[in-house]
Every structure is written in C-alpha cells, then in structure tokens.
Design a protein around this ligand. Structure first.
Ligand code: PHE
Length: 341
C-alpha cells in the first residue's frame, strides 16, 4: 500500500507538470484528490490493514494529500500568472501613438460680423428682435408707404405665395419697423437681423436669399444728426477709428429724407482702385428719417416723435470685412473656405 501511495504521488506530480490551463487542472484535481479520486479509493482499503499499520499509513496518506494539494495550488498560481502575462502583452496600449484629433467647429464669417454688429448696438441700448420671413405684403409694402404699383412689388422681383400678392417672402427686413412700432412702447431702439428674398439670379454678388440687419430709433426730438452720429460710431467700431463715411441722397418710400452711406475704400483710402471700382467709396447701407406717413400709420404722434432707420446687407459687410471676392462662398459651406476664419 505504501508503494501504491508513492506511485499515485509520483504520477500525479508528473501529470501536473503537463497541465496548461484551468480546466485541465480541475480534471486533475478530481482524478487525484476528489471524493471518487484515486487517493480516496486507496484509503478505503485501509480497513484491510492491521491496527499497527493503519495510523502509519493514515499519516502517510495525509502527507501525500497535503503535498498534492500544495503542488496544485502552486501550479495554479503559476498558470494564472502566465495567463495574465500573456494577456498583458497581448493587450498592450501604446500611449505614444498620436490620437485622433476632434475637429472643433467655429463661427461662420457672416455670423462673426453679425455678432459684432449686435454687440455694438446692444452696447448703445438697442434690443435685437427676430421677425417672420413669411410676411404680409401689407407689412412689407403698404405700411412702408410702397403702395400698389410700386416697382418693388412686381412679380418679377418678389416671391408671392398667392395670386392676390398678399403673402410673400419678405424682400427686406424693413417690415420689422412696423412690427416693432406695433408691439413696443416708445421710445424704440431696436435692430432686427434676418433673411430676405428677392428674385435674383445667383452670381458673385447676388443671391435670391441674403441677410439684412434693420435698425430703428423712435424717440422725441430725433434728427438726421442722430442718424449720422450713431452710424458713424458703428462704422468706426466695425472698420477702425477714423474710418471716413459719406452720406448721399437716395430714395426709399418709407424714409424722408433718405440716404445711402458709403465708407471710404480701405484699400486705396479714397484714391480709386479695383476694390471700389475706382470710386474711392464703397456703398454700405441705406437709411433715412422714418417717413411721417409710416409713423402715423402706427399711431405715433409726429408732432412729438420722430425716428430714423437703416438697413445693412450682412453678406456684403462680411465680404468687405474678410476680403471675400464671391458671395457664393458664404452659402456653399465648403469646409476649406470656412476654416480660414
Ligand atoms: N430696406 C431697404 C433696402 O432693402 C434699406 C433701408 C432700410 C433703407 C431702412 C432705409 C431705411 O434696400
């Protein structure tokens, strides 16, 4: 029996060396140390031994069990360790490989300019209003003193929704003058940026959709001097201190007198060059004193109140500001273009 014990121990230990993974190890444990294992089977035969031999053999059997259990634990540890090492080498992360860059978006050049304009006016106490792009001809024309028959109402210029030419895509932000006077209490100081629509073919300087910013002031004792002073301040903030402006007479149905404001060409300082088409000046915006008919149509007493208004094209302002030669670049949203700002 003693030699049988020795043999079990030897084979078990030899077998253990061959084992590679946890499943094999478990099978080995069942085979040698389990309840139905070889060692237990042998111990069951102890009854056949004499009373003297039994304790000796019992002790020996316990020693074998202990040795095998210890060897198993050790082997288990070393298998686990080598498995862990294998995983660690396999799953190594090379922290020195350059990562993937996340592209960060930024503002569109036209909105950079719009935000500047808003900032300047808000700083002067103006409020910025949103308005509808689908507008009534009543607001876009009638109440702005452009009555039936006015050339700008023509079907060839304006997108109408109905046969009666009553509902349309607004052709200017000026209807916001009326909407502001209808909904606000006096005095009024507002700007209103937004999209406008006209039946123009797309080219380097035209688009059927573009953006304007409207401005309106109505208060007691407002004069043309307020208009000039405010707009000159805005232009200096936009284009730099000392920027020269000039006001030319013009005509708009809803202002009287009306004017256009030019800025001196930044390229040639007024001498004349291709940028200003050799005029020395670049047209910037339309403006004027709000026509008394328009004020009265909104229930404002023209004996007490007067006002001025302006409208500026945003695309053109951005184009001048960033020296963009083609209007289409502003709408195409080509990332190679947009990334430059
Ligand atoms: N609405 C005019 C245009 O689109 C601009 C303008 C606005 C003129 C306000 C005077 C006052 O050309």
């Amino acid at each position: 029996m003693k030699s049988q014990l020795e043999q079990i121990k030897q084979t078990a230990i030899n077998m253990l060396q061959e084992i590679q993974d946890a499943t094999e190890l478990d099978a080995w444990r069942v085979k040698y140390l389990g309840k139905k294992g070889e060692l237990t089977a042998l111990l069951k035969q102890m009854g056949k031994l004499s009373a003297d031999e039994r304790p000796v053999m019992g002790q020996l059997a316990n020693e074998v069990r202990e040795t095998l259990t210890n060897s198993m634990e050790e082997w288990k540890k070393s298998i686990e360790e080598s498995m862990l090492n294998a995983r660690l080498t396999h799953e190594t992360v090379d922290v020195t490989i350059p990562g993937k860059k996340t592209a960060i978006g930024h503002q569109h050049p036209m909105y950079i300019v719009l935000d500047e304009i808003k900032g300047i006016f808000v700083g002067m106490g103006f409020e910025s209003l949103d308005g509808p792009e689908i507008e009534l001809a009543e607001y876009n024309f009638d109440r702005l003193n452009a009555e039936e028959g006015h050339p700008s109402r023509d079907w060839s210029d304006t997108f109408y929704f109905d046969q009666d030419s009553r509902v349309m895509l607004r052709s200017q932000t000026s209807p916001m003058q009326i909407r502001a006077m209808e909904t606000r209490t006096l005095p009024i100081r507002i700007i209103s940026p937004g999209r406008v629509y006209r039946k123009d073919e797309v080219d380097a300087t035209h688009s059927p959709m573009f953006h304007q910013v409207e401005g309106l002031v109505v208060d007691k004792g407002i004069t043309m001097a307020d208009l000039k002073g405010t707009l000159n301040t805005v232009v200096e903030k936009l284009y730099g201190e000392g920027t020269k402006t000039r006001f030319r007479p013009h005509h708009f149905p809803f202002t009287e007198p009306s004017c256009e404001m030019d800025v001196q060409c930044h390229k040639c300082s007024g001498v004349g060059c291709p940028t200003c088409k050799y005029e020395g000046w670049i047209e910037l915006l339309g403006a004027g004193m709000v026509h008394p008919k328009v004020l009265e149509g909104c229930g404002i007493d023209t004996n007490v109140y007067s006002g001025w208004a302006f409208g500026i094209g945003l695309e053109r302002t951005a184009m001048r500001r960033f020296k963009i030669a083609d209007l289409r670049l502003i709408f195409e949203n080509d990332i190679r273009f947009l990334e430059q700002f």
